[in-house]
Design a protein around this ligand. Structure first.
Ligand SMILES: [Zn+2]
Length: 424
């Protein structure tokens, strides 16, 4: 499989951007980041071309690439003749980073998982543990999360790798500055200082830790895939117990002032008086989330309601019924689509994205949803042809959130490569 970052033309991830150069040392670090991002975004090239592309003097590029080579972040590639030149072909350099890893840890309603990616976007560690997160409470959940992270870090370090950071993904609203999950209704967390408690458990060997909302990280993972087609504006809508929305606008993850942008699941968008986990009634997610899907498709007592049965088995059962033409299941999926469309049309009207990516159970039942939702969105949106927006199904599947979390951890390397090198 091709790596996620290779040749995707990603201009910048959420936080990538030149560091502010205050002195010689920080100017050097900013330049190292610029060269590394160029190689990531536009592929292997000679030092001469790096000099042309960045405007840095050749001698400076020579020093910078030597440092990146020495730090194990790039390697010598194929020989290539520079454009418009005759004579000896130049040696190209390209991203290496096979020994540099970022970790994504995801706390979901139904499981805890950890996934590591190297700088080239290859999966280097992966573990998923089924978990009743709401029932277990934060302490037990963070115990398991810390164990999974520690195990991943230990394995990667034992093989000589460097772990540059880990991002914890949780549902709900999070305070990035303090690392606190402020309110996650579907797992019942309120004001949980998740990062501080993780650090306590991981001790001195902990990698640098960050916290981010799961839907935003899912959007990042989708963006890395979609940016290969030069997509810069994308909305990711994922159906799980709740409904998460992550927005990429102009190639940047939209966070808003406090990091709360995208809380669309608790808007009242279609008529409903169903009680929501947040305590209010009629939230959008009560009409399209997993609870709605089960309620529409079956009566309590049906095996698809049984929390003791693995979620994938229950969803597969519903898909089997749909494939067999079961009227109630098909009607349930039609209702989910009818409730999904007005919210997506609203997002398209406000944000004019190039892509809306449907994830979670929307992707799982995509064959039954996509045409109906697309037709309704085209009908509702003010702009002609839905403003050029295409609605597609997620290609990253269940691991999307953890991948996005690992990508965000790796993004630190592109902002300041020195952090990932052996020295300093
Ligand atoms: Zn709600």
């Amino acid at each position: 499989m091709a790596s996620a970052l290779e040749g995707t033309g990603v201009r910048s991830l959420a936080m990538a951007g030149p560091a502010v150069a205050r002195d010689r040392s920080s100017a050097r670090r900013a330049n190292l980041g610029m060269v590394l991002r160029l190689l990531r975004d536009d592929g292997p090239r000679t030092r001469t071309r790096i000099s042309e592309d960045t405007g840095l003097p050749k001698a400076t590029v020579s020093n910078l690439t030597a440092e990146l080579l020495d730090g194990g972040l790039i390697r010598e590639g194929e020989a290539e003749r520079d454009r418009g030149t005759v004579g000896r072909p130049g040696q190209t350099v390209e991203i290496d980073g096979t020994g540099v890893h970022g970790i994504g840890a995801e706390i979901n309603v139904d499981y805890v998982s950890v996934l590591a990616l190297d700088l080239k976007g290859q999966v280097t560690a992966e573990e998923r543990v089924p978990f009743d997160v709401r029932a277990a409470g934060p302490d037990a959940v963070l115990d398991t999360t810390a164990k999974l992270i520690a195990r991943g870090v230990e394995r990667l370090r034992r093989d000589g790798g460097r772990v540059v950071g880990a991002t914890l993904a949780t549902p709900g609203t999070v305070d990035l500055a303090t690392g606190t999950v402020t309110y996650a209704s579907n797992i019942g967390w309120r004001d949980v200082p998740a990062l501080a408690r993780l650090r306590e458990r991981l001790g001195a060997t902990a990698p640098e830790l960050h916290l981010e909302n799961d839907a935003k990280l899912g959007a990042l993972a989708e963006y890395v895939q979609a940016s290969a087609d030069d997509v810069r504006d994308l909305v990711h809508v994922t159906g799980q117990t709740g409904v998460g929305v992550g927005i990429i606008a102009g190639g940047q993850l939209l966070r808003g002032t406090g990091g709360y942008a995208g809380e669309v699941g608790h808007l009242q968008l279609v008529p409903s008086d169903q009680l929501c986990a947040c305590g209010r009634r009629g939230c959008w997610e009560t009409t399209i989330g997993r609870g709605a899907l089960l309620r529409y498709a079956a009566d309590p007592g049906d095996m698809v309601w049984d929390p003791m049965v693995d979620l994938e088995r229950r969803l597969a059962e519903l898909r089997d019924r749909a494939e067999a033409g079961d009227a109630r299941t098909l009607d349930a999926l039609r209702r989910i689509g009818d409730n999904l469309a007005p919210g997506i049309a609203l997002l398209v009207d406000i944000l004019n994205p190039r892509l809306v990516v449907l994830g979670g159970h929307f992707a799982y039942f995509g064959a039954y949803l996509l045409d109906g939702v697309t037709a309704q969105v085209h009908e509702r949106v003010m702009a002609p042809n839905a403003g050029g927006c295409e609605i597609v199904l997620s290609r990253v599947g269940l691991t999307g959130t953890a991948r996005g979390a690992a990508l965000l951890a790796l993004d630190a390397v592109y902002r300041d490569p020195v952090r990932a090198m052996n020295r300093d």
